[in-house]
Write a protein that binds this ligand. Structure first.
Ligand SMILES: [Zn+2]
Ligand SMILES: [Zn+2]
Length: 149
C-alpha cells in the first residue's frame, strides 16, 4: 500500500482515480471481485494502480468482464515466481554483455520489472536480446561502442 500512496503524488493518476469513482457511481451493477486463488477481496483502485497506463474506462470494462479472472498482488507475485522457475529450466543464466557477470532470470526480471511474464520469457530466450546487469553496464557498453567505432 505504501507504493500506492507514493504514486498518488502523480497528478495523472489522481485524475484517473476521480474519473473511475464517477464511472463506478454510474454503473448499475458494480462487480464485487475476489482473488480466484485465495479468495481475498480485491479493490479496483489497486487494479488501476497496477495498470496506470490503462484508462479508467478500460479498467472498469476489464473489471466488469465476467470471463476474466483476477488475482491479488500476493498471489500474482507467487505465480510470477512459479513462472520464472519454468523459464529458468529452459535457460538458467545469461551473461552481462558488458562485464560478463552471470545473470539469472530473477535478477533479469527485477531489472525489467515493467514487463509481463511472457515478454520476459521472450526476451530472456532471445539470444539476440542484449542482457545487462543494470543501467550502468548498459550505458558503459554503449559508450564503449561509440568510442571504438
Ligand atoms: Zn490471492
Ligand atoms: Zn554488467
Amino acid at each position: 500500500m505504501s507504493l500506492f500512496f507514493k504514486k498518488l503524488n502523480n497528478a495523472g493518476l489522481w485524475d484517473k482515480i476521480q474519473k473511475l469513482r464517477e464511472l463506478i457511481k454510474a454503473e448499475i451493477y458494480f462487480k464485487k471481485r475476489t482473488c480466484w486463488n485465495c479468495d481475498k477481496d480485491l479493490n479496483i483502485y489497486d487494479f488501476l494502480n497496477d495498470n496506470v497506463d490503462f484508462s479508467p474506462e478500460y479498467i472498469l470494462k476489464l473489471w466488469q468482464t465476467s470471463i476474466l479472472e483476477f488475482h491479488c498482488c500476493e498471489c500474482f507475485r507467487y505465480l510470477k515466481i512459479h513462472e520464472l522457475k519454468n523459464i529458468e529450466k529452459v535457460v538458467k543464466e545469461r551473461k552481462c554483455l558488458f562485464c560478463e557477470t552471470p545473470i539469472d532470470i530473477y535478477k533479469f526480471s527485477k531489472f525489467h520489472n515493467y514487463l509481463k511474464i511472457f515478454e520476459l520469457r521472450n526476451l530472456w530466450l532471445d539470444t539476440n536480446f542484449q542482457v545487462f546487469c543494470d543501467n550502468l553496464c548498459q550505458r558503459k557498453y554503449y559508450n564503449d561502442l561509440l568510442r571504438f567505432s
